[in-house]
Write a protein that binds this ligand. Structure first.
Ligand code: CA
Length: 735
């Protein structure tokens, strides 16, 4: 039985309706009590979940409240209820309010964590979700898709909530506009904190999407305002607008890869947003496509992205475009933006044989522009006669691209009390972003009662000392997150691979380094978020076929691997590290290490879906030695998707001998940035670089190739000369 009591005013449930005498609070302690309470709920009632962990609780919250007397679902105390396992929430009805829930330590069994609908067509309206947290609540295979929040229906709001650490496919927060339902949603998304979203490594990593192309020519009329986006790096679209008449206003975007993209739909307004890129690679601002878009009074500073990831880009369209391609820009109004210290402002962006329709009837006025390092940020790969320039001011460059309507000036800028730069010259008062911008602060967004469970840094936990004869597996099992096992000099044996489910460091002391013999070839299995650092250790196995370090398919969350001063000796059929499809490493870093034998040091070509997924964002190999290795790495990012930024692959300062014989010694396929510099290859197979989509940035320079063929570059899509820099390198004959 549940109990009821008379609510007293100001009991702390300030988010519910004004508490009237007859409003009931119903406390429930299990799902059965909850179901009974929600079926009996009347307008004005509040259902209170008892504090604790609710596992596998699939909440259906339905009912009909009124504007004055909503039905509320909340928690005993804020943050006191954790929904874990396979929990989720559906809302259906009218005037519902949900607050205080935390989703953590699990994942939704369906396509949404929070959905504003019960089933197809049965939506919530005039409802609000406020002060909820979704923290790393990810499906185990990151290619399996869900939305953390799916807003259906009309006049719904999500506010003051905290979203962080989505690593699987799917939008963090989507306004869903199903085919055949072109009506306005009037969703309001405000005062939320969107925290770190690591690169997905494929399309489908947007933080917010409003609509899809099907109904994109009708208006959603949704508002996204005063949210913070911090390191929302999922893909090139932080916000993807695919409908009309939306407003993106006064948001703050910090150190994030990607842009607000007006991908489909007309008549959207982007105003008074603040983008601070802090020079982060691929940090972008606003991308304009379609008709009647207004971009005004925004402040964009320190954005390093180029091309479609420019601080501001105005795209070329496709003539008679299909609904899901690129409609021509017409009647764009771009004015009073400050675009400072940025790499690029790209007009007629993406111009090519298909995207041949230049912007028309558009105006670019009273903007204040300066390029990074005194460069001219303006670039126009196509015709820009359809954009009228007037009253703009640009920091002086020697040979500006634009002369009409853009005045060159010796700008002096000063930070105002709001933290933003403004010109000191009073004559420029009407140029650029307005003085009254008030960037939203961290305390205005999200919740103040929740601390996310961030991955521990290597070496941040306690250290456990180990001597020969003791079990490394037992020591690892007893570590706290971020802990270190310090191995004294001597010999150790690992009977079978040790599961690693947290952040773990294995550190050897002494010279020679402690040596670990791998009985069946297995050393470490990365089976959960976190990762492993190995320092000052030697490990060896012979005639084994199992990878020494494996990543468990279906593990949740991203991970890292770091090798420093590691000496590895393996058989010719064994990989040092094998990456599993459906998993993702933020970084694999190998430094000052030595490898003898082994089929491959980093086997990273297993992701063969062709949907653009790849297994590691940054692969860094430096100052290491490879002898008689099959391949140093075989890294594959397949497919033609252009939504992501990586992978980045750097191999520097290393020596490679008698490796890759009969094949290639190093293959980097589909990487967006390649640096193979300052290495020495002897009697080895060539380096092979394969370019697919995007604008790969490849440098293979300063290497010495002794009795080793010259590097090979292959272009899969690009026509014309192969891209990249391949000189100078030194070619020598065998001695
Ligand atoms: Ca996308």
């Amino acid at each position: 039985m549940y109990w009821t009591r008379i609510a007293v005013c100001a009991v702390g449930l300030s988010l519910s309706a004004p508490a009237l005498a007859q409003d009931r609070q119903i406390r429930v302690v299990n799902p059965t009590e909850y179901d009974k309470a929600v079926r009996a709920a009347r307008a004005g009632d509040t259902i209170v979940l008892a504090n604790g962990v609710w596992r596998d609780f699939r909440i259906l919250f339905s009912g009909r409240g009124t504007a004055d007397k909503p039905i509320t679902l909340t928690t005993e105390t804020k943050g006191g209820v954790i929904l874990s396992g396979q929990s989720n929430l559906r809302l259906a009805g009218t005037h519902l309010v949900v607050s205080g829930l935390v989703f953590r330590d699990g994942y939704s069994p369906t396509g949404d964590v929070i959905a504003f609908r019960r089933t197809t067509g049965d939506y919530a309206s005039n409802s609000r979700v406020t002060e909820v947290v979704i923290d790393r609540y990810n499906k185990p295979d990151r290619r399996a898709q869900d939305n953390w929040v799916s807003i259906y229906g009309t006049d719904n709001r999500i506010d003051h909530s905290h979203f962080e650490g989505k690593t699987n496919a799917g939008v963090t927060l989507a306004v869903i506009r199903p085919k055949g339902e072109p009506g306005p949603n009037r969703a309001r998304i405000d005062h939320n904190y969107f925290g770190h979203r690591p690169p997905l490594g494929a399309n489908g990593g947007e933080t917010i999407r409003i609509g899809t192309s099907d109904e994109s020519l009708s208006d959603s009329a949704s508002i996204v305002e005063r949210n913070i986006f911090e390191r929302t790096d999922g893909e090139v679209e932080i916000i993807s607008i695919k409908s009309g008449a939306n407003v993106l206003r006064e948001n703050l975007v910090l150190s994030s890869q990607g842009a607000f993209v007006l991908r489909h739909g007309n008549g959207n307004l982007v105003e008074r947003n603040v983008f601070l890129g802090n020079g982060v690679a691929n940090s972008a601002g606003i991308r304009v496509i379609n008709r009647d878009q207004t971009v005004r009074d925004n402040y964009l500073e320190g954005l390093a992205g180029r091309d479609l990831k420019s601080a501001l880009s105005v795209m070329n369209g496709v003539p008679d475009s299909a609904i899901n391609r690129y409609h021509q820009v017409a009647n764009a109004r771009i004015h009073n933006n400050s675009i400072l210290d940025v790499a690029r402002v790209t007009l007629a962006a993406g111009a090519d044989a298909e995207r041949s329709a230049a912007p028309v009837g558009s105006r670019f006025e009273r903007n204040l522009v300066s390029g990074a390092s005194g460069s001219d940020p303006f670039t126009a790969p196509g015709e820009i006669g359809g954009i009228a320039f007037a009253g703009n001011v640009q920091a002086r460059v020697a040979k500006p691209l634009l002369s009409e309507g853009v005045t060159q000036a010796d700008l002096t800028l000063e930070r105002a009390a709001n933290g933003l730069l403004y010109p000191t010259d009073p004559a420029l008062a009407d140029i650029g972003a307005p003085r009254d911008l008030k960037p939203v602060t961290r305390s205005e967004v999200g919740v103040n009662w929740y601390k996310p469970v961030a991955a521990a840094a290597f070496g941040s936990g306690r250290t456990v000392s180990l001597s020969p004869g003791q079990s490394i597996a037992d020591a690892v099992a007893g570590l706290d997150d971020g802990g270190t096992v310090a191995l004294a000099p001597g010999r150790y044996t690992v009977a079978r691979a040790i599961p690693v489910t947290r952040t773990v460091t294995l550190r050897g002391a002494g010279d020679p380094a402690p040596t670990v013999t791998l009985s069946d070839g297995g050393f470490l299995d990365i089976a959960g978020g976190g990762g492993v650092a190995v320092e000052g250790l030697a490990f060896r196995a012979e005639a084994a076929t199992r990878p020494a370090i494996a990543v468990t398919p279906g593990m949740t969350g991203n991970y890292r691997i770091a090798f420093d001063r590691v000496i590895v000796s393996l058989g010719a059929g064994q990989d040092v590290i094998t990456l599993a499809p459906g998993t993702f490493a933020d970084e694999i870093r190998i430094a000052d290490s030595r490898f003898v034998g082994a089929r491959s040091v980093v086997a990273a070509a297993g992701e063969t879906t062709g949907r653009g997924y790849y297994p590691v964002e940054r692969l860094v190999i430096a100052d290491s030695h490879f002898a008689r290795v099959g391949m140093i790495t075989d890294l594959l990012r397949g497919g033609t998707d252009e939504s992501t930024f990586g992978p980045f692959a750097h191999v520097t300062g290393s020596t490679v001998t008698d490796s890759g014989q009969g094949g290639v010694s190093l293959r980097l396929s589909g990487a967006q940035q390649v640096r193979v510099t300052g290495n020495r290859f002897e009697r080895s197979g060539p380096v092979e670089v394969v370019h697919s989509v995007g604008t790969p940035d490849t440098q293979v320079t300063g290497n010495t190739f002794v009795a080793t063929p010259a590097p090979v570059v292959r272009e899969l899509m690009h026509e014309g000369r192969p891209r990249g820099v391949f000189v100078p390198n030194q070619m020598e004959q065998a001695r």
